[in-house]
Design a protein. Structure first.
Length: 163
């Protein structure tokens, strides 16, 4: 029943990890390398996961602007599986062209693996909201530690809960 559980973004990133200086000259290479660094996902092979993410990418770029991309499969790969969702943050060695609407090269990637459509949309919404905040963008642009990123997200999520 992981699809019905409410996940905080901080917990999803704790599970997925934060990875620095990830090699990759283009989105396909970077996604493959991030998948190789993440905790294994039993519900899908790394090759199938990469294929699904790149199929989604072919529909429309997940490069959101401000140097950020949010790659993910079109459909939740964990739906019905007894696995927990995750979000991995990756900082490429060099910024990558990602066909962003503002033409920026991507310096930060949030790779989402979801358990349900509802959970997926909530997670995308939280990341998108944070990435529109100058303070949060400054943190990820500075490539601060995982601890600092998760603390900033927890602080934001706590403020949302209190409003």
């Amino acid at each position: 029943m992981t699809g019905n559980k409410e996940w905080s973004l901080a917990a999803l990133i704790d599970r997925g990890g934060v990875y620095y200086d990830v090699p990759g000259a283009n989105p396909k290479e970077l996604v493959a390398n991030v998948i190789g660094l993440m905790p294994p996902i039993k519900a899908v092979t790394p090759e199938e996961l990469q294929r699904q993410i790149m199929e989604r990418e072919a529909i429309v770029s997940t490069g959101t602007g401000h140097g950020i991309a949010l790659p993910h499969p079109r459909n939740p790969v964990l739906e019905g599986a007894n696995e927990e969702p995750l979000v991995a943050i990756a900082f490429p060695v060099m910024p990558i062209g990602w066909n962003t609407h503002d033409g920026s090269k991507v310096h930060t990637v949030f790779l989402l693996i979801s358990a349900s459509a509802k959970q997926h949309l909530k997670t995308l919404s939280k990341i998108n909201f944070l990435c529109h905040k100058e303070k949060f963008r400054s943190l990820i642009e500075a490539r601060v530690s995982k601890k600092e990123i998760v603390a900033a997200i927890k602080e934001a999520e706590d403020s949302w809960a209190n409003n």
